[in-house]
Ligand binder design. Structure first.
Ligand SMILES: Cc1ncc(COP(=O)(O)O)c(C=O)c1O
Length: 385
């Protein structure tokens, strides 16, 4: 049987990982500035995370949501403490798309409405409603097409206001990433998020903060939307939540009243997933990783800004993007093959940095040095040795 070929892949097999490093099957070491696509939050194979999962595995890996699972409440308590949203309620599931799907559904259950506002360059996942609010026609199958989604330009307050004036009473929810990931590291303006908050309040719509990529401390705050100083009604989470263990969820404001069976999942919130996510939160707290993301992120952005060939350096914490000009289009590839450094990208010309929140300053310095070296080679300033 062949694999269903849905991804372009790099010709490399990673067999070992530790902290911000991974190794291939030939023993070659790579610096991971990509964090396995923003998934590695506390560092690969962190010993506390490994121990917690191993210990849990020895006890019980899974039993269904038809019984009490105290680890879920422990996770809810810890998440409330670390995120500062103690009065929210936690629903656990398995992936970012599923978290967004449930958030959009819950909003519609709550206010009985159908329309959703989403923004240009958004990415919210590949399940039916999550993909319908994703601004990329290539991902939307005919069966996912719907009139219920209104796309507006990102960060355009006038367009948002106009839309609410015309259709406000039909709008169920507004969904927005605090920092667009797949769209190319576009930071939502604080005033734009405040405007979403006030229009949702005025018209009875639900503000959904997709924190799947920009959440769990990556921006330097637990949720990047919090830079605006207003609360969302629902925050969705995945990626960094398990440091590679598949776990996702959403936290919902106290005014949402649950009814039995309105949402559900088989695997969501299983004992192993809760243990993995608890380990992540414990390490984020203990090792002060949000502070590290601020510090190392600032260092990286400052250094990147000083490289004249790179344009529009942007982002927050350890979620950073910059534009690469056409004559440097091989930069990402050369970083991987010549310097053994993984980075992320956004088509057509953005390099995305999404490393572990425990990235050391020394590793960031090595990255900048390697980057400068490859730029010099591509611009013909130095010969590759
Ligand atoms: C902002 C955002 N939302 C949702 C998703 C979907 O998450 P998953 O692939 O876990 O379904 C992603 C994945 O890249 C994402 O970046």
């Amino acid at each position: 049987m062949n694999l269903f070929d849905v991804y372009p892949i790099n010709d490399v097999t990673i067999v070992k990982a530790k902290g911000s490093y991974v190794w291939d099957d030939k023993g070659e070491q790579y610096l991971d500035m990509y964090g396995g696509h923003a998934v590695i939050s506390i560092g690969h194979t962190h010993p506390h995370w490994v121990k917690r999962i191993e210990e849990q595995l020895e006890k019980i890996a899974f039993y269904s949501n038809s019984i009490k699972i105290p680890l879920q409440q422990q996770l809810a308590d810890k998440l409330g403490k670390v995120s500062g949203k103690q009065d929210y309620q936690l629903f656990l599931c398995n992936s970012g798309a599923e978290a967004n799907e449930n958030a959009l559904k819950l909003a519609s259950f709550h206010n009985g409405r159908k329309k959703i506002v989403a923004f240009s360059k958004s990415f919210h996942g590949r399940t039916s409603l999550a993909v319908a609010v994703t601004d990329n026609k290539n991902y939307i199958a005919p069966v996912n097409e719907t009139d219920n989604v209104i796309f507006l330009p990102f960060n355009d307050e006038d367009a948002l206001e106009e839309c609410f004036k015309k259709k406000g009473k039909e709008i169920s929810s507004v969904i927005i990433e605090g920092i667009q990931g797949v769209g190319g590291i576009n930071v939502a303006d604080e005033s734009f998020l405040k405007k979403i908050r006030s229009l949702c309040d005025e018209y009875g719509a639900v503000y959904i903060a997709d924190s799947v990529q920009c959440g769990f401390g990556r921006s330097g705050k637990f949720f990047s939307h919090d830079f605006a100083g207003v609360n969302a009604d629902i925050y969705t989470m995945a990626k960094g939540m398990g440091n590679g263990f598949p776990v996702a969820g959403m936290i919902v404001a106290p005014f949402f009243k649950p009814k039995h069976f309105m949402l559900g999942t088989t695997f969501g919130g299983n004992q192993l997933a809760c243990s993995a996510s608890l380990a992540v939160l414990e390490i984020i707290e203990e090792e002060k990783l949000m502070g590290n993301a601020v510090m190392v992120g600032k260092y990286l952005r400052d250094e990147l800004q000083d490289i004249p060939q790179l344009k529009n350096v942007r982002g927050r914490g350890l979620m950073i993007g910059f534009d690469v000009p056409e004559d440097l289009k091989d930069l990402k590839k050369n970083l991987l093959w010549n310097q053994k450094i993984f980075t992320g990208e956004s088509k057509p010309n953005v390099i995305r940095l999404l490393p572990s929140l425990a990235l050391k300053k020394r590793d960031a310095e090595d990255f900048i040095e390697a980057l400068k070296e490859e730029i010099a080679v591509l611009t013909g300033e130095t010969e590759k040795v």
